[in-house]
Design a protein around this ligand. Structure first.
Ligand code: KG4
Ligand code: ZN
Length: 346
C-alpha cells in the first residue's frame, strides 16, 4: 500500500511516499530555518507563510522522486497535532483537499507518536509493550507503550523541553540557532569535567524531567566566567566573549549532564515497567554522543535501545506515512471534519 505522508507541525514542510509502512520511496523536507535564525527561534507567522509557499513543490517532488502519480496513492497521512496551529492547518488542509478530490482515505497522525514510530522503521522491530522516550524541541516525555498508538504518559518535563534547553543554552553562549547540532559540535572539542554541572535531583515518586536548573547553572557559570574574562582583559561590563575553549567545555558539560539525566530516568522507567526495549525519538535523538551513551548503558543492563534510522530523527513525513499505514491496518480512519490539535491529544 502506498501512503503519502504530510508533516507541517513546525518549521519543516515535509512530504514522503512510503510503501507498506516501512519502505521509504521518497522523503522530502524543506525548512524555513534560515528565516528564523535572526530571531533565535521559530516565528510561527514566518513558518506558516513558508508552508504555504513550499507545500505544493515539496509534494510534487516527493511524488516525482518516488516515481508514482497521485492516482497511485492509496492512503494520506497528515500530522494534526501537536504543533503550531497555523502550520498544522496548511498540511492538514492539503491532505484533506487531496483526499476529497481523489477519494483517498485520510488518517490524522499524532506528531509525538510518529517520532517514536520512526524507531520502529527497522528490519527487526521489537514487540510491545515497551517504553518510549520523546526528546524534541517541544516535548520531553516517557511513555509506556502497549502499541504504536496506545500509551500512558509516565513522565514529562516540568519546564523546558530537552531540545529547547539546547537552543536556550546555545543562545546564552551566542552560538546561534538551532542549538542542538551546534552544541554537539562544540562539545567534541570540550571536556565535560572542566566545568561540572549538577545532575537534577530525582523526586522519589516521579520520573519527571526538569532542565531549568541545568540551564540556570549554565547562565551563572557564563556570567561568572565572563566577569573573570572582563577583569583579566580590563573590559567593562560582563559581556566579554568567552574564549572558544571555555565555550567548548561548557557545551560538553551541558550535553553530558542532559544525557545523564535522560539516561537515568529512561533506565528507571524501563526497570519500573519491566520493559526490555526503549524507543527514542525526536530531534535530540540525532545527537551521536547521546546515542552511543544510551547504546553502551542499555547493553550493559541487558536492555535494547532503538533510535530512528538516518534522516528520521528530525521532523519528516516518512514517519507520519509509516505510522498512518499502521493505524489504517488497525482499522483507524479520519473524516474530512478532522481538526488540528495544537496541544496534541491528551
Ligand atoms: O523533533 P524536532 O525536529 O522538532 C520538534 O518536534 O520540536 O526537534 C528539534 C529540536 C531542536 O531543539 C534542536 O536543537 C534539537 O532538536 N536537535 C538536537 C540535535 N539536532 C537537533 N539536539 C541535540 N543534538 C543534536 N544533534
Ligand atoms: Zn518533532
Amino acid at each position: 500500500m502506498l501512503t503519502l505522508g504530510i508533516e507541517t507541525s513546525c518549521d519543516e514542510t515535509a512530504c514522503a511516499v512510503v510503501k507498506n509502512g516501512k519502505e521509504i520511496l521518497s522523503n522530502i523536507v524543506a525548512t524555513s530555518l534560515e528565516d528564523h535564525k535572526p530571531y533565535g527561534g521559530v516565528v510561527p507567522e514566518i513558518a506558516c507563510r513558508s508552508h504555504v509557499e513550499s507545500i505544493a513543490p515539496v509534494l510534487k517532488k516527493s511524488l516525482r522522486e518516488a516515481e508514482v502519480s497521485l492516482d497511485e496513492i492509496q492512503l494520506i497521512a497528515s500530522t494534526y497535532g501537536p504543533g503550531l496551529p497555523g502550520s498544522l492547518l496548511v498540511g492538514l488542509s492539503t491532505a484533506k483537499a487531496i483526499s476529497f478530490a481523489k477519494d483517498i482515505p485520510l488518517i490524522g497522525v499524532d506528531h509525538i507518536q510518529a517520532h517514536l514510530y520512526a524507531s520502529l522503521m527497522t528490519d527487526r522491530p521489537p514487540s510491545f509493550p515497551l517504553v518510549g522516550l520523546v526528546i524534541s524541541g517541544g516535548h520531553t516525555s516517557l511513555l509506556w507503550m502497549r502499541d504504536v498508538h496506545r500509551f500512558k504518559r509516565i513522565a514529562e518535563t516540568q519546564d523546558d523541553a530537552c531540545g529547547e534547553a539546547f537552543d536556550k543554552v546555545a543562545k546564552m553562549l551566542k552560538l546561534g540557532y538551532p542549538g542542538g547540532p551546534l552544541i554537539e559540535k562544540r562539545s567534541r572539542e570540550g571536556n565535560p569535567k572542566t566545568i561540572p554541572l549538577p545532575l537534577p535531583k530525582l523526586n522519589e515518586t516521579s520520573l519527571d524531567f526538569s532542565f531549568s536548573g541545568i540551564k540556570t547553572a549554565v547562565l551563572y557559570k557564563v556570567r561568572e566566567l565572563e566577569k573573570v574574562q572582563g577583569t583579566r582583559y580590563k573590559v567593562q561590563g560582563g559581556n566579554h566573549s568567552l574564549p572558544p575553549s571555555i565555550v567548548n567545555d561548557i557545551c560538553a558539560s551541558f550535553q553530558h549532564v542532559v544525557i545523564e539525566t535522560l539516561l537515568r530516568n529512561a533506565l528507571l522507567a524501563c526497570r519500573r515497567y519491566h520493559a526490555k526495549t526503549l524507543l527514542v525519538g525526536g530531534g535530540v535523538s540525532a545527537n551521536q554522543k547521546l546515542r552511543s551513551a544510551f547504546q553502551t548503558r542499555f547493553r550493559n543492563e541487558g536492555l535494547r535501545v532503538l533510535f530512528p534510522p538516518k534522516g528520521l530523527s528530525l521532523d519528516n513525513a516518512a514517519m507520519v506515512a509509516g505510522l498512518g499505514y499502521r493505524l489504517y491496518q488497525k482499522g483507524i480512519r479520519s473524516s474530512l471534519e478532522l481538526s488540528c490539535e495544537p496541544l496534541g491529544v491528551r
